[in-house]
Design a binder for this molecule. Structure first.
Ligand SMILES: Nc1ncnc2c1ncn2[C@@H]1O[C@H](COP(=O)(O)OP(=O)(O)OP(=O)(O)O)[C@@H](O)[C@H]1O
Ligand SMILES: [Mg+2]
Length: 588
């Protein structure tokens, strides 16, 4: 299975991706501008400190002017307070905006995922889709809440420090910045190597997660086949690789960050020595020298932060690309612009000359099938014949490649999906339950069903007794997937759910195959209730279900070989007659 990727051949440059993110900030434009303003204030207060110290020392202490000294100290404290306040609001606001942006993006992605046809979800591993909405959005979180802030404040601080130092004393600034070339080289190397390591870390982390997920979801098979040791060994191997890569990143940081500290120490030493010499020569004031030391101290932190930001940025760009990849996947089955709601259906299903392929080879070829309102049609045929596919076309999970699927004469391509799904219910082979109560699950297709209706439906399916025997009856909580209930119990609930939804069209895809004989007999009785007044398409393997159908279609290799009533087909002496002879022989 290959994960779908966006169609663009080359990954679009980061700038284009960021520009696509911009509309998500638009609703919060005012707040965003305010945040940027606050960032400027924060940077300003950061830069003001050493300059105030310089004034206090030179114009206060050295000049013996206590008033100036007091003023400088008061200003220093005031600036600190303003910086603290502005910092608080800035951090709060950028997180607020960031979370809103992510909420909107996550919501859009989720909504879009539900619009994508079943085919997309059948092709795409669930874990992959989950990662789009969790770890990828999380990678963006770092960028939008902290990354932009760090970029603006640290970038401005760097530029500001350089400008101020040169304004104070160009000669001394040049001396201090002797350390810039090795710093720039080291930082560039760090950036390149750490980006590579970081990408490897993420890859290995994904391997660990994939291995974990695979083993956990296949635990029954792992334990059933005594495969624990091998699974543990596989897991140990991927975890071990993850550890190795991770240690390398730590080693790299261990070299880089102390090196920056060391260069910072060198720069300080240079200023102390040459600055002090010039102070002694009365060529430089003490205040300027102190300011130099102060500014240098605040020069190195931004460099470290910015070099780390690069990884955040890379991860966010990779994540953004994947998220936009999902958003760019066109829902094939979007409503046509001129789609109209399907009027309340009589239930006439007509497939005309339908040909369909998932990939290149047709799975259905030239299928013609007409089911009259209220009729039950049974699809019979060997495994892989295309029965479920035919059912999916009627439910319009896919569109045919050629031919048309009509309900009451309306081509499904021209009706709105909502109006179709309102009138149609599917009971698949595996009854799926959602986390919630039994009652929630029963009313999934019609949330406003009354309690009496729910009970009546359960009674008709023969599941009422079973539900009432549960600890909290209808309010018993079930987990997602319905673990804790047997396959048969889940299936009976799925039948009741379909009956409560009261659809005009009903599709059962091997819905009885997980039931024991008694439950099956019960459901078969209930089928009369279930089918009364509806058109039903039933895929079944059991003869009793098939025999009662108004019409039987025998499918093999994507073609309808023969169709008619049980009696007609038996008399015809074709494929169905052969199958029936086999059944007879088995049912001794
Ligand atoms: N999502 C899919 N993508 C690609 N091929 C598929 C997909 N679903 C089914 N197929 C293929 O289409 C063919 C028909 O499958 P289908 O599920 O319709 O068979 P079926 O008659 O329902 O079989 P069974 O009785 O085993 O349920 C098979 O060859 C199958 O491999
Ligand atoms: Mg099937």
């Amino acid at each position: 299975m290959s994960a779908p990727v966006s169609t663009a051949a080359a990954p679009p440059p980061a700038r284009r991706k960021l520009r696509r993110l911009l509309p998500y900030f638009r609703p919060y434009l005012g707040r965003t501008l305010l945040t940027v303003l606050l960032m400027l204030v924060v940077t300003g207060t950061l830069l003001a400190g050493p300059a105030l110290a310089q004034i206090g020392i030179d114009d206060g202490i050295s000049a013996g002017d206590k008033a100036v000294l007091t003023l400088a100290v008061v200003a220093f404290v005031a600036v600190g307070a303003v910086g603290w306040l502005a910092g608080y609001f800035q951090v709060y606001l950028s997180s607020w905006i960031g979370q809103r942006v992510l909420l909107d993006l996550r919501g859009d992605t989720f909504t879009h995922l539900m619009k994508l046809q079943l085919g997309y979800h059948e092709r795409t591993p669930t874990g992959w889709t989950v990662a789009r909405l969790t770890s990828d959005i999380e990678a963006l979180n770092q960028l939008v809440t902290e990354g932009f802030t760090s970029l603006v404040i640290n970038g401005l601080t760097l530029v500001g420090v350089i400008a101020i130092l040169f304004a104070y004393d160009a000669k001394l600034a040049l001396l201090a910045f002797i350390i810039l070339p090795p710093l720039a080289l080291g930082t560039a190397a760090f950036r390149v190597i750490s980006a590579r390591l970081y990408r490897r870390t993420r890859e290995k982390n994904a391997d660990v997660l994939a291995s974990l997920q695979e083993t956990l979801s296949g635990m029954r098979v792992v334990q059933g086949f005594g495969h624990q040791e091998q699974s543990a060994a596989d897991f140990a191997e991927v975890s071990g690789e993850y550890r190795r890569v991770h240690v390398n990143t730590v080693r790299l940081s261990g070299i880089y960050f102390p090196s920056v500290e060391m260069l910072s120490g060198v720069a300080t030493a240079i200023i102390l020595y040459f600055g002090a010499t010039r102070v002694l020569d009365a060529d430089l004031t003490v205040g300027v020298m102190v300011a130099f030391l102060g500014y240098l101290a605040s020069f190195f932190d931004p460099i470290q932060s910015l070099s780390q930001l690069y990884n955040t940025f890379q991860a966010a760009m990779a994540a953004l690309e994947k998220v936009f990849g999902v958003l760019d996947t066109e829902p094939d089955l979007a409503d046509a612009p001129d789609a109209t709601p399907l009027p309340p259906a009589r239930g006439d299903i007509d497939l005309r000359n339908v040909t369909f392929a998932y990939g290149d080879d047709p799975v259905l070829s030239d299928v013609d099938l007409h089911v009259l309102p209220g009729q039950t049609v049974a699809l019979v045929g060997p495994t892989g014949a295309g029965k479920s596919t035919l059912a999916k076309l009627i439910a319009r999970f896919y569109d045919p490649d050629r031919g048309e699927v009509l309900i009451d004469g309306h081509d499904l391509r021209h009706v709105t999906q909502a109006s179709l799904r309102d009138q149609l219910a599917i009971v698949p082979q595996e009854g799926h339950l959602f986390a919630g109560t039994i009652a929630d699950n029963l009313t999934f297709g019609r949330p406003h069903a009354t309690e009496a209706e729910v009970r009546a439906a359960c009674e008709a399916i023969g599941v009422l007794e079973m539900i009432e025997a549960m600890p909290h009856g209808f309010d018993t909580a079930v987990t997602a997937g319905g673990t804790g209930l047997s396959a048969g119990q889940r299936q009976l609930i799925a039948f009741a759910r379909a009956l409560i939804a009261d659809p005009r069209l009903l599709i059962l895809d091997e819905a009885t195959s997980s039931l024991d004989l008694r439950s099956e007999a019960m459901v078969e009785e209930a089928m009369d209730t279930l089918f009364a007044g509806r058109t039903a398409v039933v895929i079944a393997h059991r003869l009793s279900t098939i025999r009662n159908a108004d019409r039987i279609a025998v499918i093999d290799d994507g073609r309808i070989l023969e169709q008619g009533t049980h009696a007609e087909l038996l008399a015809g002496g074709g494929r169905y007659a052969d199958l029936y002879a086999d059944w007879e022989a088995l049912a001794v």
